[in-house]
Design a protein around this ligand. Structure first.
Ligand code: NAG
Length: 231
């Protein structure tokens, strides 16, 4: 009995975790199979999040490339399908990093201070006065718009959901993320920034990472990382 109860708990915990194998662009899948344009993450089977925001895995959580590059028009609405319900409270953030000239989104590693944030989400109170975020309890991430002013070219697109239900303890926020290989078309002449590196953008003690959600008001939440560039 004891063993079975433990097993049931373990299964429940595993189901609470998630990956983002599919990118949706303007309502259409950008790939014909899971991980077609998104680099398969190391937790594709385990679904475990990353707890150390300074680990090298915080960049893309992957050790391989995806087979294809997705075309994404600047100004497009995008989101990801999640393998499980994104049931924990916490922000969803999206970043882009432009592939250096001569490189390819299929092979570039995304190193250096090259990442700019294009979207984040802020909480509100739910019916029980607990902090809840857009997209919480859905099987997909929130919709965002790729800024129209983003210059054309190949990029890595990084999606991230930070689960904060245990974040009152250091290194207990859980990072779920993935990087897709994309090519932006029809873009503009914007100058994206500020830039950050992964690892480097986050510290374990950042107020958006080490945080007791019961002790703050929704507007007091500070999403970690650089300010959003909206074009
Ligand atoms: C998100 O975008 C898709 C198209 O990509 C659209 O069908 C859907 O209604 C949008 N959802 C929300 C909540 O705006």
């Amino acid at each position: 009995m004891k063993f079975l109860a433990g097993l049931a708990l373990a299964v429940a915990a595993a189901q609470a975790h998630y990956t983002f194998p599919d990118l949706i662009v303007n309502g259409k899948p950008a790939q014909s199979k899971d991980w077609g344009v998104t680099r398969m993450t190391k937790n594709a089977q385990s679904k475990q999040g990353i707890e150390n925001p300074t680990a090298s895995d915080i960049r893309c959580y992957s050790s391989q490339s995806a087979g294809s590059i997705a075309e994404v028009p600047a100004g497009a609405t995008i989101h990801y399908i999640s393998t499980q319900q994104v049931n924990h409270p916490g922000p969803t953030q999206y970043y882009l990093a432009k592939v250096p000239s001569g490189g390819s989104a299929s092979s570039w590693d995304g190193s250096g201070a090259v990442w700019f944030k294009i979207a984040t989400t802020m909480p509100t109170y739910d019916a029980r006065q607990q902090l809840t975020w857009p997209g919480q309890n859905e099987y997909k991430t929130v919709n965002i718009t790729v800024p129209k002013a983003t210059p054309d070219g190949e990029y890595l697109l990084r999606v991230e959901h930070i689960a904060l239900h245990m974040a009152m303890q250091a290194n207990k926020a859980q990072f779920y993320l993935a990087c897709s290989q994309i090519k932006i078309t029809g873009g503009g002449n914007g100058t994206p920034g500020p830039m950050a590196s992964f690892p480097g953008a986050y510290k374990s003690s950042d107020p958006g990472i080490l945080v007791n959600l019961g002790a703050i008001k929704p507007e007091q939440y500070q999403p970690p990382g650089p300010a959003v560039w909206s074009g």
